[in-house]
Design a protein around this ligand. Structure first.
Ligand code: NAD
Length: 478
């Protein structure tokens, strides 16, 4: 409670607007279930004000030189690092993840801001060769005000993944972070403001998500939609965006397949996979989820996975020895419990975990390993977004690839094999926006992050993330 000192407010036109005269919603501490604040809900008048501010902010920011935009991004990164301890504690208090993970998230966020500062200085066009006296130019210009919506699982990083590319490109933005992790996003906005970002360039609103998105996407002011969240909400927003033929970036759900072949380094693979599976209590869109293990090492893999999982320490994120915290909100353990019960009734074996555990009214669910999960179980087909590892055997490479490509999700995939020829084949044939071989890291500031099929389209990070905020215009002169 003491660390949750942020004043919860909307940020519109450079002003903080509190709960006076507005309804409020109440973020909870996932480790205890207690209410921790009163967050104002934006009214329609607030949203109209945000749209007006974004329009003015765009006119100002598009004409601000790239070097100046870069300076704001670099200063924001520096302020974030200076305030790291304070902001990480806020993130843990409202989202639940262990404090070390919140600090890691903060460092990654600062790196991402610094990368975008460099990109802001490198937005070039092209001159096309034409006969003497004529010229054709290819111009890249900021697309305009952006409406962005993001999820609660990375409360510091997700807002910056929306703000940084828009600001680097010269756009203005109205961001609606998750109401459940508002304070982290507000602290991020304080860093931008203190770094010199002009008041009308970025607005932050909270409230009833569907009302806000309908209002912002219906406005002719809004020129781009960017969303991070579930597949059904993404599809719904795409339909709204169709009415104004709005450019969109969709970062949606995943169901990460992990293909583990007989020739991998088994102990090393398990040592990497288990902590990564339970990072952020499995609430990561690129979380490794369904583990397909070649028959020759299947039994050993399942036993080694379960043994390492049993040793994990679950507790409040603020406790220094916690390795996995609670889930972020009461909806998550409820959804996971239903999926586990369904899998159990279909014949899955629960090797460890399988129930809520924890005390104090927190939103805990045990790290859970299941084997022999039938393909008909819901969890083999729907994204669990929680601490569940599903282990199944396979025989041939063809079977493994078919399984990796079976679902409509296609975000991240992981492969463990020492065979170079096979690695190449997997890279060619697996349908996923991101593939990692013999490692788990697949998110760096300079590499595009995004999915295929139902997992979405467009990329964040890398030069592609900034390009998604630019229009291309050709200009022919004689
Ligand atoms: P959700 O889609 O219901 O909510 C995600 C975010 O979208 C929240 O902040 C919510 O306030 C907002 N939202 C919900 N309805 C909205 C609407 N009509 N208009 C505008 N915003 C709206 O998902 P959830 O169940 O809270 O979160 C889990 C899901 O999010 C999982 O499916 C997960 O894969 C996905 N997710 C994806 C990524 C990614 O990068 N691909 C990252 C985090 C979470």
């Amino acid at each position: 409670m003491t660390d949750y000192s942020t004043k919860l407010a909307l940020y519109i036109g450079g002003e903080w607007l509190g709960s006076e005269g507005r309804e409020t919603v109440h973020p909870l501490n996932p480790a205890t279930g207690e209410r921790i604040g009163d967050l104002p809900v934006a009214t329609k008048a607030d949203l109209d004000r945000a749209l007006d501010a974004a329009q003015e902010g765009f006119a100002q920011w598009r004409d601000t030189p790239g070097a100046k935009r870069a300076a704001v991004l670099r200063k924001t990164a520096a302020l974030l690092r200076e305030r790291a301890d304070h902001i990480a504690k806020i993130a843990t208090t409202e989202q639940g993840k262990p404090l070390t993970e919140a600090k890691g998230e903060l460092g990654a966020t600062a790196n991402l801001l610094e990368f975008h500062a460099g990109e802001a200085e490198r937005i070039y066009g092209r001159v096309l060769p034409r006969p003497t006296g004529t010229r054709s130019l290819v111009l890249h210009q900021p697309i305009g005000p952006v409406a962005a919506f993001c999820a609660w699982n990375f409360p510091i990083l997700n807002p910056v993944r929306k703000l940084a590319p828009a600001i680097a490109a010269g756009c203005s933005i109205i961001l609606k972070p998750s109401e459940e992790t508002a304070a982290s996003a507000i602290e991020v906005m304080h860093c931008f403001r203190d770094a010199g970002l002009p008041g009308k360039v970025a607005q932050m609103v909270f409230g009833v998500p569907d009302e806000i998105s309908r209002h912002l996407l219906a406005s002719p002011v809004t020129r781009k939609l960017s969303f991070t969240g579930s597949v059904p909400v993404g599809k719904h927003l795409m339909k709204l965006a169709a009415d104004t033929v709005m450019r969109s970036t969709m970062e949606l759900g995943g169901h990460g397949p992990v293909l583990v072949f007989d020739d991998c380094d088994l102990d090393k693979t398990l040592d990497m996979l288990v902590p990564h599976k339970f990072r952020n209590a499995g609430q990561v869109c690129v979380s490794p989820t369904r583990f397909h293990v070649q028959e020759g090492i299947y039994e050993k893999f399942a036993a080694g996975f379960a043994e390492r999982t049993k040793a994990l320490r679950v507790g409040a994120g603020m406790d220094s020895d916690t390795q996995m915290g609670p889930m972020a909100n009461p909806r998550r353990p409820e959804a996971i419990e239903e999926m586990v019960e369904n899998a159990r009734s279909e014949g899955a074996k629960i090797v460890t975990g399988g129930s809520r555990g924890g005390s104090n009214g927190g939103f805990f669910f045990e790290p859970t390993v299941m084997t022999d999960v039938p393909m008909s179980a819901r969890v083999m087909n729907e994204e669990p977004f929680g601490p569940l590892a599903l282990i199944r055997p396979f025989g041939t490479d063809e079977e493994a690839i078919a399984e990796a490509n079976r679902l409509p999700y296609a975000l991240a995939a992981y492969c463990f094999t020492e065979n170079g020829r096979r690695q190449n084949r997997l890279g060619d044939e697996i349908e996923a926006g991101m593939i990692a071989v013999n490692q788990l890291a697949l998110s760096w500031p300079d590499s595009p992050f995004g999915g295929m099929k139902d997992s979405g389209f467009g990329s964040e990070d890398g030069p592609e993330g900034v390009a998604a905020h630019l229009i291309t215009k050709t200009f022919h002169m004689k």
